[in-house]
Design a protein. Structure first.
Length: 297
């Protein structure tokens, strides 16, 4: 099978995509697959570069990679690809819509307010959320341009900064608790990972550059583990996810607050899903085999 590993792109997460792509290329079983690195700078390059491949392993993150765009393009070209489909990818990339679906499914998520432009800024609604608050792009990942703010002055600065780069911003109540993540592979929950970062939250630097972040298997009761896995599987089914995904959660007083869903989780050496799979006894090469197998079903 000729597998093209698509990486790069022009989103804020390009560098993480390149790291993911390199890790995937290095670990794909060369006895099973003929591997073709496909490094792109923009989507216009794809038509020529995917010619002749049997399967596209999407190692892109952010815009174009996780938002359903490349999935739709590959479907149009008749090329099977890794991960969830067009609709699931688009829904999960949009935090506002994701949170509306969580709420409709009776899944707890931090309260939030969507800002689409400065005049849409409702201080009355924001006061109801209380401080501190999290400010982040509605469509984005890797905690890029994510801020914790303590007052209205900091809030305005953070919103203005986000709106310079993105057209929609989420303002969300800050839940101080244990950060955990539940990865799912082929509809099967993996061991839950607990994240301890010395920073106030698991920001971009903590995720990729910090030695102060400790990620280990969460020590939880059987009952709480079961509840987290049930919530994660409910999300998997509601969004019709496929092959693999990761649900990010905050635990506070045994309450489960779902933050967001990642349809193309990072696959670098420091990424959470491979760590979770490893705890379950699945090495990186086996993990990639499973992702390809479940994607083709």
């Amino acid at each position: 099978m000729k597998v093209g590993v698509i990486m790069g792109g022009d989103s804020d997460e390009r560098e993480i995509s390149l790291l993911t792509g390199e890790q995937v290329i290095n670990n794909l079983d060369k006895n099973k697959y003929e591997v073709f690195p496909i490094k792109i700078n923009n989507k216009n390059e794809l038509i020529d570069k995917i010619k002749g491949i049997d399967f596209a392993f999407i190692a892109l993150h952010g815009k174009f990679g996780e938002d359903g765009t490349i999935q739709a393009f590959l479907e149009t070209m008749g090329v099977p690809y890794s991960g969830s489909g067009v609709l699931a990818s688009a829904l999960c990339m949009n935090k506002d819509i994701s949170k509306k679906i969580f709420t409709a499914e009776n899944i707890i998520t931090p309260k939030w307010h969507l800002v689409t432009e400065k005049k849409n800024f409702s201080y009355d609604k924001i006061k109801q959320l209380g401080y501190p608050l999290v400010v982040k792009p509605n469509n984005g990942g890797s905690s890029i341009e994510t801020y914790i703010v303590e007052n209205s002055e900091e809030l305005e600065i953070a919103v203005n900064q986000c709106l310079k780069l993105k057209d929609q911003v989420i303002i969300e109540e800050y839940i101080q608790g244990e950060e955990i993540t539940c990865s799912i592979i082929g509809g099967i929950p993996m061991p839950i990972i607990s994240i301890e970062a010395k920073a106030d939250f698991f920001d971009y630097n903590s995720k990729y550059n910090s030695e102060d972040t400790v990620e280990t298997q969460a020590v939880l009761s059987e009952e709480l583990t079961r509840r987290i896995q049930e919530v994660s599987l409910a999300i998997w089914r509601s969004f019709k996810l496929k092959a693999y995904g990761r649900i990010d959660i905050i635990l506070k007083d045994k309450e489960i607050y779902v933050l967001e869903v990642n349809t193309l989780p990072g696959m670098t050496t420091s990424s959470l899903l491979p760590k979770s799979a490893s705890i379950a006894g699945i090495n990186f090469q086996e993990l990639l085999d499973k992702i390809i197998e479940y994607s083709l079903k």
